[in-house]
Design a protein around this ligand. Structure first.
Ligand code: HEM
Length: 482
């Protein structure tokens, strides 16, 4: 009684697993039309309650710790990949402390040093990659962006020593770790299947590489590079316990994995969108000429703020292509839904899908149109959150301290690609710096366009945990200096 309506299905356990899995956004939109913003469907036997729209986002993402639990859902998948005692293999209060430790290393000062590192990685990648030899060609952009993401992230976040290992053994090991992140592992994470054996071997090997590095740094009495590893090595929990080496190692893995899929999918979508809109790519180039100078000097962190269209590209792409389409929580006690007669019972899973409000006409005029200029205040396509923003710049949002710094409460916004509340992303600023730098440097070197016959962009692959472009996602590139 008083439960939300259940999506019609023929078979008990399977329920809506197939229709949801093939195209989650379409599934949400179609059923929202039939059942309203809050409805339940069966996902592999689990009663899963979706609640879309800003109210739903708030209800789920700002849920109280006694009501909702993330680790119960994510732990089977993430623990074998990251390792023990971090993120979802510990109480939430410990994760909050760990997020605070990781966040300390993501300062403006750090970002200032990352921009040159990322720019150099991008330029040298395009110089040495055999698929970009000559004046023009056709390339499947996704694997290229995946590599650029791992080289830039590992170099910036984990230092040159670790970055160089990606040219040797680390790339393959991370690939094996990645295979643990497949949706069937929600059920089969424990099984002695070949890919799980490789995952476990990779986890031990990568963790050992980090632990050896930690030991070596400690033995050298190193005080030099104050990077993330340094900060984690020198952090202490509130109860007085120093962060043990294996936890440092496992957090290093978690950080790289968290950013890899989301950033690499986003940068691929950006390149595909630019190929479908060569006029915007040209505008980006002209923006740099105009605001940074015709000689295009080496890019700095400060320069990024002078490139509003370059920033809007990332924002608009995340609006249409947020890599995380479903955010899930286990319900721990009956949760009345404010303003409705519904009560969500404890055996349910709650599912938030902020992508639904981000593509809702109510908030974004012509919602399915990719138009970076909509993020300008006087654009006819500007969303209400931009049009009605106070003139002093920043959107006014309520902020809460969850223990790892102030984060947006999230209620005010239909646009939440980085989530909200206690589990909110700590990597948002890093991702922005990384993506904006990658775009700016790519625009300096290339013109892109669609291959003949390609209208718009390719479809979305939802088969993995993070959505991404369907491959091959081919584009035509041409060197600017050709
Ligand atoms: C959490 C998105 C990049 C580290 C999240 C969440 C979202 C998200 C939606 C919330 C998940 C939930 O509530 O269950 C993104 C997107 C990215 C990105 C769209 C890039 C475009 C990164 C990067 C890092 C990172 C680069 C690391 C440097 C984390 C961490 C969490 C998180 C540690 C916290 C998990 C938790 O508290 O449960 N991210 N992320 N992310 N992200 Fe990101």
């Amino acid at each position: 009684p008083n439960e939300p309506p259940v999506v019609f299905h023929w078979f008990p356990f399977v329920g809506s697993t197939i229709t949801y899995g093939m195209d989650p956004p379409r599934f949400f939109k179609e059923n929202r039309k039939k059942y309203g913003d809050c409805f339940t469907f069966i996902l592999l036997g689990k009663k899963t309650t979706v609640y879309v729209g800003p109210k739903g986002n708030d209800f789920i993402l700002n849920g109280k710790i006694r009501d909702v639990c993330a680790e119960e859902i994510y732990h089977p998948l993430t623990t074998p990949v990251f390792g023990k005692d971090v993120v979802y293999d510990c109480p939430n209060s410990k994760l909050m402390e760990q997020k605070k430790f990781m966040k300390v290393a993501l300062t403006t000062e750090a970002f200032r040093s990352y921009v040159p590192i990322i720019s150099d990685e991008v330029t040298s990648y395009f110089k040495r990659c055999p698929d970009f030899k000559g004046k023009s060609g056709v390339v499947n952009i996704c694997p290229k962006m995946a590599q650029i993401t791992i080289f830039t992230a590992s170099h910036a976040l984990q230092g040159k020593e670790i970055r160089d290992k990606f040219d040797e053994t680390l790339a393959d090991l991370y690939h094996d770790l990645d295979m643990g992140f497949t949706p069937i592992n929600f059920m089969l994470h424990w099984a002695p299947l070949p890919w799980n054996k490789r995952r476990d071997h990779a986890q031990r090997t990568v963790a050992k590489i980090y632990m050896d590095t930690i030991k070596a740094r400690r033995a050298r009495g190193e005080t030099g590079a104050q990077d993330i590893m340094y900060h984690l090595m020198n952090s202490t929990y509130k109860n007085g316990v120093k962060v043990p080496d294996h936890e440092v190692a496992h957090m290093m893995i978690a950080l790289l994995m968290a950013g890899q899929h989301s950033s690499s999918s986003t940068s691929s979508w950006i390149m595909l969108r630019l190929a479908s809109r060569p006029d915007i790519m040209e505008e980006l180039y002209q923006e740099q000429i105009k605001n940074l100078g015709p000689d295009l000097p080496p890019l700095t962190y400060e320069d990024l703020a002078k490139l509003p269209l370059n920033q809007a590209i990332v924002k608009e792409t995340l609006r249409l292509h947020a890599p995380i389409h479903s955010i899930m929580r286990a319900v721990k006690q009956p949760m009345p839904v404010p303003g409705t007669k519904y009560v969500i019972p404890p055996n349910h899973v709650l599912l938030a899908a902020p992508g639904v409000s981000a593509t809702d006409e109510q908030y974004f005029p012509q919602p399915m149109l990719w138009e970076p200029h909509r993020w300008e205040k006087d654009s006819p396509l500007a969303p209400s959150i931009v049009r009605n923003a106070p003139d002093n710049g920043e959107e006014e949002e309520e902020k809460i301290d969850y223990g790892y710094g102030l984060v947006s409460k999230g209620t005010a916004s239909p646009y939440l690609p980085f989530g909200a509340g206690r589990h909110r992303c700590i990597g948002e600023q890093f991702a922005n710096v990384q993506l904006q730098t990658i775009v700016a440097m790519t625009v300096r070197l290339f013109r892109f366009r669609n291959v003949d016959g390609q209208e718009g962009v390719v479809g979305t692959d939802y088969a993995s945990l993070f959505s991404r472009p369907l491959e091959p996602a081919n584009i035509v590139w041409e060197r600017r200096d050709a």
